[in-house]
Every structure is written in structure tokens, then in C-alpha cells.
Write a protein that binds this ligand. Structure first.
Ligand SMILES: [Zn+2]
Length: 204
């Protein structure tokens, strides 16, 4: 791509670094922004810098939040004895959209992936263990994607959780996952949470 302007090229480079954005799309977005008014562009850039500066991660469940403790963890309506373990905040959003789940969450921030150099220490696993040590937890639902990384993480967590007196369950994994929970439709995801099964039954 030959650019008539270095500034244009730099902006396209930055947009092109975003996941799923190719050079052509990046150029289209940058040209679109150029057509906007100064106020609109500054609102856009402000919201990004605000996000990065002020966003917090819930100190209990590590979900993205505006407060030190997220709304879900704060809510008196939620069942604190059931923790649903997910990969990232998109999964929390997907499960919340089903309106089928009343427990709380724990966001790992990724999955164990030796290929990508991501080990258990890179995830919020200690935070989960701490919650089990401290709180009265009856059930941990492992709602992780049906990929090799998801399976590896589930197996690792299961072994860690075994020492606690909790029911460990997984959501139905026979359903056609798109690989990530966010792509599963709400009804299917809601049903798979409602019909979750103890993990032992899956491994035997
Ligand atoms: Zn929280």
C-alpha cells in the first residue's frame, strides 16, 4: 500500500494491529474518522484513553468493572456459593445474556496454552483457590471452550479443586460450540448451564 501521507500510514498501522482488522479495513476506518468533526474524533479518542486509564478488574472475580468490586459480586441477589469459571469477560456477557445463571463468576483471563507460553501462573487461578479457601463455595462450574486449551485448563483446575469439598461441574460439551462461548446462541448456552454435569462423569 502506497500512502500519500506518513500520518495516514501511521494511523492505518495502528488500526491494522487490532484483531480481525486487515490493512484495507484499517484504511477505511481511518478515512471515515477523518471525515468526522473534531468533536466526534475527540470523543472517540477520549473514550479510549478513559477506558485504559480508569478501567478496573474486580478484586474478587477479575471481571472488567468500573468499581473495585463488580456489580455481580456486589449484588445481594446472586448466589455466592456457586462460581462459574470462564476465560474472559465476553463469556460473562454471553452467560448473563441467557438470564439462566444466578451465581457469580471467576474470570481466568485466558486458558492454559503451552504452545503460546501461557501457563497456570499467568491466569487468575490462585485467586480462585483463595476464594475457595475463604468462602463457602458449594459448586464450581467450569464453562470453558471445547478446545484443547479449554480441556487442558479444565483438567488442571479439576485437580486443583479436588482438595476442596466442592462439586465441580462442566457445561454440556457435546453441543456445537463455535470454540468460544460468545458464539453459542443464548438458548443453547442457557440450556447447557442448566443441564451441567459433574466433571467426574465426563472423564470416566
Ligand atoms: Zn466481581
Amino acid at each position: 500500500m502506497n500512502f500519500s501521507s506518513k500520518l495516514l500510514e501511521q494511523a492505518v498501522d495502528e488500526f491494522g494491529r487490532l484483531p480481525g482488522i486487515g490493512r484495507k479495513t484499517a484504511l477505511r476506518l481511518v478515512l471515515h474518522l477523518l471525515k468526522q468533526s473534531d468533536m466526534e474524533v475527540s470523543r472517540f479518542t477520549q473514550s479510549l484513553s478513559n477506558l485504559k486509564e480508569n478501567i478496573k478488574y474486580c478484586s474478587t472475580c477479575f471481571n472488567i468493572s468500573d468499581e473495585a468490586i463488580c456489580e455481580i459480586c456486589q449484588s445481594l441477589k446472586r448466589d455466592k456459593s456457586t462460581i462459574c469459571v470462564v476465560e474472559d469477560t465476553r463469556d460473562v456477557m454471553a452467560i448473563e445474556n441467557t438470564n439462566q445463571y444466578q451465581g457469580v463468576y471467576h474470570v481466568l483471563g485466558g486458558l492454559i496454552s503451552p504452545m503460546d507460553g501461557i501457563g497456570p501462573a499467568d491466569l487468575k487461578i490462585e485467586g480462585l483457590i483463595d476464594r475457595l479457601r475463604k468462602g463457602e463455595i458449594n459448586e464450581v462450574i467450569l464453562a470453558l471452550s471445547a478446545t484443547m486449551e479449554g480441556d487442558t485448563t479444565i483438567f488442571y483446575l479439576y485437580r486443583k479443586l479436588k482438595e476442596f469439598n466442592v462439586q465441580v461441574s462442566t457445561i454440556a460439551r457435546g453441543i456445537a460450540f463455535g470454540g468460544e462461548l460468545e458464539y453459542v446462541d443464548e438458548i443453547t448456552l442457557g440450556r447447557s448451564i442448566a443441564t451441567r454435569v459433574p466433571y467426574e462423569r465426563n472423564v470416566s
